[in-house]
Design a binder for this molecule. Structure first.
Ligand SMILES: [Zn+2]
Length: 132
């Protein structure tokens, strides 16, 4: 890629047939002769998915739910949303933040499941050993 001599990116789009850069106004490709789709947006043909900037919504909701716990249901949903939130942040290429929040949602979610189970196990063990 020669960045210095290339036209500005918003004037270019990509031919779906030969994957070469073509200008927005063109109706057919000069490289391969393919008919180009109407130029609706400068983003079509781009390999990067378009996301809204900001914090990952699944990560944020998962974080809140994992804190609420809700008898373990919030923890399970928090883990799932934490995983999808991290995936969203990774795929956004830096547009979406909140990876730490999504990671926290996962860990708090896991803690919300593991800690009650361990407590129940400890209580059951203590009850069995003292009762026998
Ligand atoms: Zn072409």
């Amino acid at each position: 890629m020669t960045q210095s001599t290339a036209p500005t990116p918003h004037q270019l789009r990509r031919c779906p047939s030969c994957r070469k850069d073509v200008l927005h106004g063109w109706v057919d490709c000069i490289h391969c002769g393919a008919i180009l789709p109407p130029a609706i947006s400068g983003d079509w043909g781009s390999q990067v998915p378009v996301y809204q900037t900001g914090t990952t919504t699944p990560g944020l909701v998962g974080f809140i739910l994992s804190l609420l716990w809700l008898g373990g249901i919030g923890s399970i949903i928090g883990i799932c949303l934490g995983i999808s939130g991290r995936r969203e942040v990774d795929r956004s290429g830096g547009l979406v933040g909140g990876r730490g929040l999504a990671t926290a949602a996962m860990w708090i979610g896991w803690a919300g499941i593991v800690i009650p189970v361990l407590l129940l196990f400890a209580i059951a063990t203590a009850a069995l050993s003292s009762g026998a």
